[in-house]
Design a protein around this ligand. Structure first.
Ligand SMILES: N[C@@H](CCC(=O)N[C@@H](CS)C(=O)NCC(=O)O)C(=O)O
Length: 228
């Protein structure tokens, strides 16, 4: 298959990070095309690839697949050896549960703490409903680690052992909690550290920091000097 992933700005596009990270950790070869979002003409460019007008979009030859979770499912079906979902049925169903909980939820956290890799981010109070989301995510991650972390046949420091689609779905939450300095339990922090130690994570981050686009209200907490 000849895959191209259409993504938004790496600094801001939390949905784009999901399939991008999954494809990198799964070792799937792909080309990428970055469309800077919320610029004049951005929407028209995205609409060339997806009628929904949103990124990410995966192109497989002439076919276009949009919606991050559908892209992950497509990749898992096309490349079963990539191990994006665990082989064990119970671990697999739990990975799908937590991925779906992320896909449809946590709106207050997503609104209140936008993804932004320029550190430190602008200080702002984190709302009570966003903190409710943080508590639920912290419990969900800790529960995953307690259920699957010790299983010798599954193994690995990620949500259901080895890295996969569930982790890809939460990658942007890891980034948000880290950049906003939000405290979580030791188990969740260890999970975040494992995610942020991935070479793919650092590849995305390094590319994000080189991007020239600055979204209003999401400037870093220091004067941004262009060209550095
Ligand atoms: N449910 C979609 C959400 C995609 C989404 O909201 N993408 C944002 C970027 S992170 C976007 O394309 N925004 C552009 C716009 O709304 O015009 C998914 O999972 O892929």
């Amino acid at each position: 298959m000849s895959l191209t992933l259409i993504i938004g700005n790496k600094n801001y596009s939390s949905w784009s990070l999901r399939p991008w990270l999954a494809m990198k950790v799964a070792g799937l070869a792909f080309d990428e095309k970055v469309i800077p979002l919320y610029e004049p003409g951005s929407r028209e460019q995205v609409l060339k690839y997806s009628p929904a007008g949103k990124v990410p979009v995966l192109l497989d030859g002439d076919a276009a697949i949009w919606e991050s979770l559908a892209i992950l499912e497509y990749l898992a079906e096309k490349s079963p050896k990539a191990g994006l979902w665990p082989a064990d049925p119970l671990a697999r169903s739990h990975a799908r549960v937590v991925a779906n909980e992320m896909h449809g939820g946590f709106l207050p956290l997503r609104r209140n703490c936008p993804m932004n890799l320029w550190l430190p981010v602008k200080r702002r109070p984190v709302s009570d409903d966003a903190m409710d989301d943080v508590r639920r995510i912290d419990a969900l991650w800790s529960d995953c680690r307690a259920r699957f972390g010790q299983k010798a046949d599954i193994g690995g420091p990620f949500l259901v052992g080895a890295i996969g689609a569930a982790d890809a779905m939460y990658a942007q939450v890891v980034e948000r909690l880290n950049s906003f300095g939000i405290q979580v339990s030791a188990a969740s922090r260890a999970y975040m550290d494992a995610m942020m130690a991935l070479p793919a994570w650092n590849e995305w981050r390094a590319a994000a920091l080189k991007e020239p686009w600055v979204m209003q209200g999401n400037e870093p907490d220091w004067p941004l000097v262009r060209g550095l």
